[in-house]
Design a protein around this ligand. Structure first.
Ligand code: NAD
Length: 487
């Protein structure tokens, strides 16, 4: 199986190779096969990428917003047309099942290009009358924006960051995760094909050091990172040293709260989506499932029956519902949390180890796992596992569950399941989280601002809200009378 790209990097509108950079092996986690070999960017390539972005940005900012938008919308159309091929590549890059990638990755990238392409010509300032004089404001670009990606959604992250940045008149340098280097190259290629002038969307590969070299580069004006809290702290400190703009999309340990009046099947469906989609490797997952004590037993019965039926297998088989984890190393980490759950006294309802079915032993497959009897102090309830491990915590009262849900230094997402309209809004209002749902979980249309509070992040992606983070305001006071000087 091969997914070798034309070259490792995409700079100034073309593929570029420099084999003197450190080797990056792209491993298909379902089989352990190496599907592509790439190279990390050398300092000279990093310079080339940033210089080409800086050069191209000057004219792009002056390009009519409607013309910028048209190019982005064309890119959206190409992504839709190539959805099958892009989905297969996403599957090879990540191991996520084709059943998911065909509906979730290139298509959500296309939606972002379509959305930001559509609103590019509405990125306006305001006019503030002050008697005869007035102030007008303009939204101006930041310059060269750096995107740094995580490995769970390589196409989507490359597209989300690119679409908003380009719509605002910026140029982009994108560094994918070294674990999933393939998909962003296709995004770059498609943008060129859609008519994006060269230099405006560059992809440079590399490990953390390439990321930190880019963050410190004097011509980078903004950094948008999707990654862990630890990396976020490092990147934000480095960006802060040079007063650069940041957007931080970081980790979570989000609550999903089920009251005893909820539609139980819908709540079970929500909990499944919130824990097992992408083998649980989603930042906004509702991994702490608080269930009211009156319905806990019934909720568990219905949940476990469905979780046991989840079909693991070859990710390229359209019937497969759950693939492997991203790597053997990550699998070991997730398995250690499964072991920890047992040691901490949680009761295992299903899963709890590696999956051993047909052909699965070669890959990083683990069983979808449900623990109950989980208490707030257990590490499986406090730390982000980033795997298919669902914890059930029982609660009795509304005030109690709100306090427990908020007892974390993370605040990416939250959801509440109830048929009581007032309770739904009351509870969500009191939960400290940036992205919330009522009677569902993990639905993220591009129109909805996405991001976290507390240590889960800074800034928002998607929606009009992201425009605030990829542009800045210039204010101009216009004097219509004389100038009164006191001296
Ligand atoms: P990670 O933090 O290990 O790496 C993220 C990216 O940062 C990679 O590209 C990596 O090479 C780069 N990097 C590492 N050190 C760096 C440094 N010092 N300077 C600059 N760049 C550096 O995260 P990961 O393991 O790839 O992804 C999993 C994490 O990402 C989880 O915590 C998950 O919750 C989070 N995540 C958040 C969101 C969100 O939108 N909030 C989405 C997906 C994943």
């Amino acid at each position: 199986m091969r997914a070798q790209p034309v070259a490792s990097h995409y700079i100034d509108g073309a593929y570029v190779e420099d084999a003197s950079g450190a080797l990056i092996e792209c491993v298909y986690p379902a089989t352990g096969e190496i599907v592509a070999r790439l190279h990390s960017a050398t300092p000279a390539l990093i310079e080339r990428a940033v210089a080409s972005a800086k050069r191209a940005q000057v004219e792009w900012e002056r390009t009519l917003p409607a013309d910028r938008g048209r190019i982005l919308r064309r890119a959206a159309d190409i992504m839709r047309d190539r959805n099958h091929d892009l989905s297969v590549l996403e599957t090879l890059d990540t191991g996520k099942p084709y059943q998911e990638t065909i509906v979730a990755d290139a298509l959500s990238g296309a939606e972002a290009f379509e959305f930001y392409g559509g609103i590019a010509s509405t990125i306006n300032g305001e006019c503030i009358p002050l008697g005869d004089s007035f102030v007008y404001t303009k939204r101006i670009a930041l310059g060269v924006c750096l995107g740094i990606g995580a490995w769970n959604y390589p196409t989507q992250i490359a597209a989300y960051k690119g679409a908003a940045a380009l719509a605002c008149g910026n140029a982009v340098v994108f560094k994918p995760s070294e674990v999933t280097p393939l998909c962003a190259l296709k995004v770059a290629e498609i943008l060129t094909e859609a008519g994006l002038p060269k230099g405006l969307y560059n992809v440079v590969q590399g490990y953390g050091e390439v990321g930190s070299t880019l963050v410190a580069h004097p011509d980078i004006e903004k950094v948008s990172l999707t990654g862990s809290v630890q990396t976020g702290a490092r990147v934000m400190a480095a960006a802060g040293a040079d007063i650069k703009h940041v957007t931080m999309e970081l980790g979570g340990k989000s609550p999903l709260i089920v009251f005893d009046d909820a539609d139980l099947d819908a709540a079970v469906s929500g909990a499944i989506l919130a824990n097992f989609y992408s083998a649980g490797q989603i930042c906004s997952n509702g991994t702490r499932v608080f269930v009211h004590r009156n319905i806990r037993a019934e909720f568990e019965t219905r949940l476990v029956e469905r979780v046991r039926a989840i079909r693991l297998g070859d990710p390229l088989d359209p019937e497969t519902q759950m693939g492997p984890l991203i790597s053997q190393a990550h699998m070991e980490r997730v398995l250690s949390y499964m072991q920890l759950g047992r040691e901490e006294g949680a009761r295992l309802l299903c899963g709890g180890g590696r999956a051993k079915g047909d052909g699965l032993a070669r890959g990083a497959y683990v069983l979808p796992t449900v623990f109950t009897g989980v208490t707030d102090d257990m590490r499986i309830a406090r730390e982000e596992i980033f795997g298919p491990v669902l914890s059930i915590l029982e609660f009795s009262t509304e005030d109690e569950v709100i306090a427990r849900a908020n007892d974390t230094d993370l605040g990416l997402a939250a959801s509440v399941f109830t048929r009581d309209l007032q309770r739904a809004h009351r509870v969500i209002d009191r939960i400290h989280a940036g992205t919330c749902w009522i009677n569902t979980h993990n639905i993220m249309p591009v129109e909805m601002p996405f991001g976290g509070v507390k240590k889960s992040g800074v800034g928002r992606e998607n929606s009009r809200a992201a425009l605030d983070h990829y542009s800045q305001i210039k204010s101009v006071y216009v004097e219509m009378g004389g100038v009164q000087a006191p001296y």
